[in-house]
Design a protein around this ligand. Structure first.
Ligand code: NAP
Length: 361
């Protein structure tokens, strides 16, 4: 099938909007994208800084795109209730043969033999048309505004990661003396779309939620944080004495120096969740005191990647809820729309961007 697509050459990078002949199997469902979101991972691949990205077997190009909201063009009868006209989110990961993949948890793939659309060995969703199987499609109720649904893929990462936090936190009493999270503090590093989604989820728990970056943020971003009841601070103005005592630190920057800086401010029984990836970030030294601190304070350092069907479903539900209870806060995360041909958007982040979405209709 000859399609218009946004292409890179992984892991070298680069980006063009061009035609590509994709040799597809006979998929039972045909999809057209409505929106595809651009995220830090897409920009990392285009910049050539994500060494884990690779082209599909037999291709010297990779179609980008793993965040998508699609319309079903046609569907063979299936047990998933997917039919022509439906709005759906295609899942990113496709299972390999390890036990976690076979159990429907390719997000916890044990041997790395899964594939990720638009990232590792499988063409992504930034193309005019493609096929898929109904079992990898998440149905979107029409009542959930299409604009919010395109954020389901990034939201599912947050749902899975917070499940990891839940599992770790069971090793001790993680709540405050009142049995709630009101007296507990969560710090989110980074103010991209994932950072905002983490902030909303931390507010759901009841954490005092603080979001940080190495610079100030504009009024739109401050406004969203204020709607959800989170605080912002620019840590470059941190004197080293005021902002500390975090029970949960979530990093979306992938910057080692920043991660170590805040690791040193984690409370006893605290959790450091690593989420951001940036292979080109400069290294930073962890010293003996840092190891002593991790040990003595019972700190758990965990990584989390991707999510499974249940996390997509929870993510979509939470987006609908957050949009309603926080006065359109989820919708406000979409700060710009672009056309498929505006590939400059992959190399230069627009000022004030939280999430830029490519419109295909
Ligand atoms: P993003 O929009 O690029 O967000 C990254 C944020 O980190 C930006 O706000 C950036 O600030 C900030 N940042 C960078 N360096 C920093 C530093 N030294 N100190 C404080 N903040 C810093 O990306 P995203 O789409 O939200 O995704 C976040 C990260 O998660 C990316 O690295 C992405 O590759 C990764 N990711 C991981 C998974 C997973 O499953 N683990 C899934 C999706 C994405 P500026 O605004 O100044 O750039």
């Amino acid at each position: 099938m000859l399609v218009d697509a946004i292409l890179t050459d992984a892991p070298k990078g680069g980006v063009i909007f061009s035609k590509i002949e994709v040799r597809e199997e006979d998929f039972p469902v045909t999809l057209k994208p409505i929106y595809t979101g651009i995220c830090g991972t897409d920009r990392g691949i285009v910049a050539g800084s994500l060494s884990f990205a690779y082209n599909p077997h037999g291709y010297n190009r990779l179609v980008l795109g793993h965040e998508s909201l699609c319309r079903v063009v046609s569907a063979e009868p299936n047990n998933y209730g997917i039919k022509a006209g439906d709005l759906v989110i295609p899942m990113v990961r496709r299972p390999g043969t390890c036990l976690n993949c076979l159990a429907g948890r390719s997000d916890n793939c044990s041997d790395g033999n899964k594939h990720e659309a638009g990232i590792t060995g499988m063409h992504g969703f930034m193309r005019s048309q493609f096929g898929d199987y109904p079992e990898y499609l998440i149905k979107v109720p029409e009542m959930a505004a299409a604009k919010i649904a395109v954020l389901t893929e990034p939201a599912k990462n947050v749902e899975k990661a917070m499940e990891v936090v839940d599992i770790i936190s069971r090793r001790s009493i993680f709540t405050d003396n009142q049995g709630s999270f009101e007296g507990k503090a969560a710090l989110v590093i980074g103010t991209g779309s994932e950072g905002f989604l983490y902030a909303m989820k931390c507010r759901d728990y009841g954490f005092r939620t603080i979001v940080t970056n190495r610079h100030s943020i504009d009024e739109t971003k401050v406004g969203i944080l204020s709607r959800i009841g989170a605080e912002f601070y620019d840590y470059t103005h941190d004197t080293g004495s005021e902002k500390q005592g975090f029970d949960l630190v979530i990093d979306t920057s992938g910057d080692p120096a920043t991660v170590i800086r805040f690791l040193r401010k984690i409370n006893n029984n605290g959790i450091l969740l690593l989420f951001g990836t940036n292979g080109k970030a400069p290294g930073a030294l962890m010293n003996g005191d840092d190891i002593d601190l991790i040990v003595e304070r019972n700190i758990t350092v965990a990584g989390s990647v991707d999510g499974s069907r249940i996390h997509y479903e929870r993510g979509l539900q939470d987006l609908i809820k957050w949009n309603a209870i926080y006065g359109g806060a989820a919708e406000r995360l979409i700060t710009g729309y672009a056309s498929p041909g505006s590939t400059g958007i992959f190399t230069a982040k627009p000022t004030g961007e939280i999430k830029t979405v490519i419109s295909w209709e």
